[in-house]
Write a protein that binds this ligand. Structure first.
Ligand SMILES: [Zn+2]
Length: 208
């Protein structure tokens, strides 16, 4: 397999292993295959089997600069709750939850650990943020439901199983959006916001 024929994987990571994680394999012809996974080891073994060019994860892959953990009783808490990439998205008018607060905390810690495992396996991992991608690409929002998003993805040119899979979940569709952002990044159609040492978020360039 040549490098360019290897797929991109998109992952809509859940905060805990007891909730479903959306997983998408997107090939070079934009054929999408999706499934739901639960445990980290399932995610890692699927990635290892697919040998993707890139893994795009919908979850914070790093902590704000100066944070060593996400505990409230640690002095690092004074370093705050946002990364530069988060601030840049907020400045663009995109809403997000700080990676260090509430339910996001578990997700952030899980995502950071998963990134380390995947990077040890020599996979390239980037942070995609489907909410931002959907806003920039003019896709419908979550509250409009899965079918509207499926239609928007089809219109964008995503093919394969996505077109006909019954009862496709919003987690799988967000994984498709993540994979699509990864593909756009490889094709120079996306940009990275934030500081590399803290973590970058990849977002699509606005269509001309
Ligand atoms: Zn700390």
């Amino acid at each position: 397999m040549t490098a360019s024929s290897r797929p991109v994987v998109g992952i809509d990571l859940a905060g805990v292993e007891t909730r479903p994680t959306g997983f998408c394999t997107l090939d070079q012809n934009l054929r999408a295959k999706t499934l739901l996974l639960w445990k980290d080891e399932e995610i890692v073994s699927h990635v290892a089997k697919l040998k993707p060019r890139l893994v795009a994860v919908d979850a914070p892959l790093g902590l704000p600069k100066g944070r060593c953990c996400l505990r409230d009783d640690c002095p690092c808490r004074s370093a705050g709750h946002l990364r530069e990439c988060d601030r840049e998205l907020l400045r663009m008018g995109l809403k997000l939850f700080p990676p260090t607060l509430g339910a996001m905390r578990k997700l952030t810690l899980r995502a950071v650990a998963l990134r380390k495992i995947l990077e040890r396996g020599r996979f390239q991992v980037v942070e995609a943020f489907p909410h931002a991608a959907k806003a920039l690409l003019g896709f419908p929002e979550k509250r409009e439901g899965a079918e509207k998003l499926r239609e928007a993805l089809k219109k964008f040119g995503v093919k394969g199983e996505l077109r006909r899979k019954r009862n496709i979940t919003i987690h799988e569709l967000d994984a498709v959006v993540s994979a699509l952002v990864g593909r756009l990044w490889l094709e120079g159609e996306a940009q990275a916001v934030g500081k590399p040492e803290e973590g970058l978020i990849i977002i699509p360039k606005k269509p001309q």
